[in-house]
Design a protein around this ligand. Structure first.
Ligand code: ZN
Length: 152
């Protein structure tokens, strides 16, 4: 019996989503440009989302959040003429932390979805190589050596 393919529980910002094959080997989720030309639109979308949490996207989102938060706070302080107090910062920090945790949860879910779509489309989740034409449900990727259970 083979183990189910799973992604790691935590998606980390800045890192490729980790995918674990049927033998327990860890691979990074394939990139959009690794997919075969005949990959379905759903598969492309799932892989794009699975990689969407990487640093550039994450950083831009955080920077925008911070600037808006800081501007809002400055505006509130100015409009109401109140003096800045340290506890106000905790709201900003808390909001940012919640955003990061939320992003990690979404990244893990997106990674799982990407792996499921890859296996459905008979594509190696680790390198994007097509697994079509290979025998059996458990397939060894000729490109990266990952073992994947397809059609589950
Ligand atoms: Zn592969």
């Amino acid at each position: 019996m083979s183990r189910n393919v799973e992604t790691s529980e935590r998606g980390r910002p800045g890192r490729r989503s980790r995918v674990i094959d049927a033998r327990g080997c860890v691979f990074a989720l394939c990139r959009l440009e690794d997919l075969p030309l005949d990959a379905s639109a759903e598969l492309r979308e799932a892989v794009r989302k699975g990689n969407a949490h990487r640093w550039p996207t994450q950083l831009v989102g955080m920077a925008i959040g911070l600037v808006i938060g800081a501007l809002l706070m400055a505006l509130i302080l100015w409009v109401f003429g109140i003096k800045f107090r340290a506890p106000m910062l905790s709201g900003l920090v808390g909001g940012l932390a919640a955003g990061v945790v939320g992003a990690q949860t979404r990244a893990a879910a997106a990674g799982k979805k990407a792996v499921a779509e890859c296996l459905k489309g008979e594509v190696c989740p680790g390198c994007g190589y097509s697994l079509k034409g290979l025998e059996g449900r458990e397939r060894v990727c000729p490109e990266c050596g990952g073992v994947w259970t397809v059609g589950s």
